[in-house]
Design a protein around this ligand. Structure first.
Ligand SMILES: Cc1cc2nc3c(=O)[nH]c(=O)nc-3n(C[C@H](O)[C@H](O)[C@H](O)COP(=O)(O)O)c2cc1C
Ligand code: SF4
Ligand code: SF4
Length: 248
């Protein structure tokens, strides 16, 4: 079975998790779902999609049409929700539902802890060796399942159609002295929230993903999440473990 990874990963944790799990399935092709344009890929029923998305406010990133370019044909998929040690809430259910509408069947799903971009001590160093051992077992379970003729989709917790939530308010700024005017930041923005000419943000379109900040080659962009970090660190520092879902 030909495995293909796909990820949306502004700060790199989701990409690492996708490559870790995709690698265990032998994936050699990876699709980056970030940026202004939506990646397109059609999948046959003998392929396997390994899709990894970060959790934002308990849901998948609110990028309009984020998964629209992925088209399955009763294609098996594995869903990974990466999150910063608070919780993944409705993300797995939401992604499973949307991928179902795109022609995919969920063979397995996992919630994987990665560093929290706004509070990096949460999920620091994750996924670690302990996580890898759990994920290796999970991947073996998916392989065994797919080897059977008839398999039931994995049941996952959460609401498949949650009401949209407002974006986490995190202020960004630009140091115009070190800005080259290259617009790499605006091209990296998945929602078109940054004007390509003026390079200014349209707050109503911003989902606080920080793709713009991560993409800037000079470090001219920054954000301040210290208040959010304090709250998160005070309440969600206890280690959470990787959860996997295989059974129907
Ligand atoms: C806007 C936003 C909202 C987030 N909400 C949550 C959350 O509800 N629960 C959680 O545990 N982590 C949350 N996180 C942390 C991300 O899930 C975590 O940083 C993830 O690893 C980011 O993936 P990346 O490294 O691929 O960008 C949030 C991050 C952002 C940017
Ligand atoms: S402007 Fe907002 S939505 Fe666009 S990349 Fe930056 S943080 Fe993400
Ligand atoms: S990517 Fe950085 S240097 Fe380039 S325009 Fe944006 S802020 Fe300026």
């Amino acid at each position: 079975m030909n495995a293909i990874g796909a990820y949306f990963s502004p700060s790199g944790g989701t990409k690492r998790a996708c490559e870790l799990v995709g690698g265990l399935f032998g994936a050699e092709e990876y699709i980056n779902l970030g940026g202004r344009e939506r990646a397109q890929r059609s999948f046959g029923k003998d392929e396997l999609l390994v899709l990894a998305l970060p959790v934002y406010a308990g849901q998948m990133p609110a990028v309009p049409g984020l998964l629209d370019g992925l088209k399955g044909e009763n294609t098996p998929c594995v869903i990974l929700a990466t999150y910063g040690n608070r919780h993944y809430d409705d993300t797995l259910a939401q992604v499973k539902h949307l991928l179902g509408e795109q022609g995919f069947r969920c063979a397995g799903a996992a919630a994987v802890i990665t560093p929290h971009i706004f509070a990096p001590t949460l999920g620091e160093g994750r996924p670690d060796e302990q996580d890898k051992a759990v994920l290796e077992q999970f991947v073996q379970g998916v392989k065994d399942k797919l080897a059977r003729e008839d398999w039931a989709e994995a049941a996952v917790p959460g609401n498949p159609t949650p009401a949209p939530k407002p974006a986490v308010p995190v202020k960004k700024d630009r140091d115009w002295d070190t800005c080259l005017g290259c617009a790499i930041c605006a091209k990296a923005c998945p929602t078109g929230a940054m004007d390509l000419k003026t390079l200014m943000w349209v707050d109503s379109k911003c989902i606080s993903c920080m793709s713009c900040v991560s993409a800037c080659p000079t470090g001219a962009l920054g954000f301040n999440s210290s208040l959010i970090a304090q709250k998160l660190t005070a309440n969600f520092s206890a280690r959470r473990e990787v959860e996997t879902f295989l059974e129907g």
